[in-house]
Design a binder for this molecule. Structure first.
Ligand code: 13P
Length: 341
């Protein structure tokens, strides 16, 4: 079992490949569809995700796909399970298993991610449906004037992440451990650094107490960036240097790979930051992408819900995946971006 877990984790972060986060909940996908004027029906959600899973990007640049509950049970228009499309492309199906971040009692403005009750049984079902990895997202906001984040919220979220990870490994499923420090707000980059350091230290302490096998997991962190409303934005080099520094001080080298979330960065920023980190070199783990928005914004816009735009949307998705694949190898450049566009 442990050898299989480790092999899956390594495949998830294979050279030049990364993860597509297509696990938007019903509420989130509705927001994305609203933005392109598409009604969020079960059929539209299926058609949209099917076009991605049938694109060239899947065989070349996507090691795994994080699915939502609905999608893991859905069939393509021709009746093929969507999970089979992913497997046929040589990619690994994964599943979001948390039940969302809910207001944490006694901690106004903070959330605790739910979903542990009954998780062992659900993981067994997901394994039978083909999932070989899972995702759980803890959400940490920054609002220093209000004392957010607090010790109690970070501790509770890290503990839940570790409980989830242990349950996954017991079920033969690789846990993606995602403690996301949000980039909303007006804090500066060094505040993001301090909070992320605290969150990662606490998360790895809890993973240790819950006896999680680090070789059989993938970490999905935020990068070290200033808040979107901060007056002082940061250069690509500063983001890369600070992100690598905090990860080196918090993430044991037994972890095979780190796959970043994009968190609301622009498509090109998310790519440029990853590329700059890989170019720094001398890293004890693989670095790659597990992007939602930064991989899907372009294809969503190109598709706009119209069947005649499917090929254009697939090309847009493949282009972003290709650029991020180059970044994960430290081979991206803005010239590369224009050449291929
Ligand atoms: P973004 O890349 O859009 O942040 O999404 C990744 C993800 O899975 C968030 O949980």
């Amino acid at each position: 079992m442990t050898a299989e877990l480790d092999a899956i984790a390594q495949k998830m972060v294979a050279d030049g490949k990364g993860i597509l986060a297509a696990d938007e909940s019903s509420g989130t996908i509705k927001k994305r569809f609203d933005a392109i004027g598409v009604e969020s029906t079960e059929e539209n959600r299926r058609d949209y995700r099917e076009l991605m899973f049938r694109s060239e990007a899947m065989t070349k640049y996507i090691s795994g796909v994080i699915l939502y509950e609905e999608t893991i049970r859905q069939k393509a228009k021709d009746g093929t399970p969507l999970v089979s499309l992913i497997q046929q492309a040589g990619s690994i199906p994964g599943i979001k298993v948390d039940a969302g971040a809910k207001p944490q009692p006694a901690f106004p403005g903070e959330t605790i991610t739910e979903g542990l009750d009954g998780l062992a049984g659900r993981l067994k079902d997901y394994y039978d449906l083909g999932a070989r990895f899972a995702k759980w997202r803890a959400v940490i906001d920054i609002d220093t004037a209000k004392g957010i984040p607090s010790y109690g919220s970070i501790r509770a979220n890290a503990h839940a992440l570790a409980r989830y990870a242990a349950l996954c490994q017991e079920a033969g499923i690789v846990p993606i451990v995602e403690p996301e420090v949000l980039m909303d707000g007006s804090h500066d980059i060094d505040t993001c650094y301090r909070v992320t350091e605290w969150v990662l230290k606490t998360t790895f302490e809890e993973l240790y107490y819950q006896r999680v096998r680090l070789e059989g997991m993938v970490l999905k962190p935020n990068m070290i960036v200033p808040g979107k409303k901060s007056a002082k934005q940061a250069s690509v080099e500063e983001v890369a240097e600070k992100t690598v520094r905090v990860l080196k001080s918090c993430v044991p080298s037994a972890v095979p790979g780190i796959a970043f979330l994009s968190g609301g960065q622009s498509d090109e920023d998310a790519t440029a930051h990853l590329d700059a980190m890989v170019k720094l070199g001398g890293l004890p783990w693989k670095l790659t992408y597990s992007y939602g928005r930064a991989l899907q914004a372009a294809p969503q816009k190109a598709w706009a819900g119209k069947a005649e735009n499917v090929a254009k949307a697939q090309a847009a998705f493949t282009h972003r995946a290709h650029m991020n694949s180059l970044a994960a190898l430290g081979q991206w450049s803005s010239e590369e971006e224009r050449k291929a566009a």
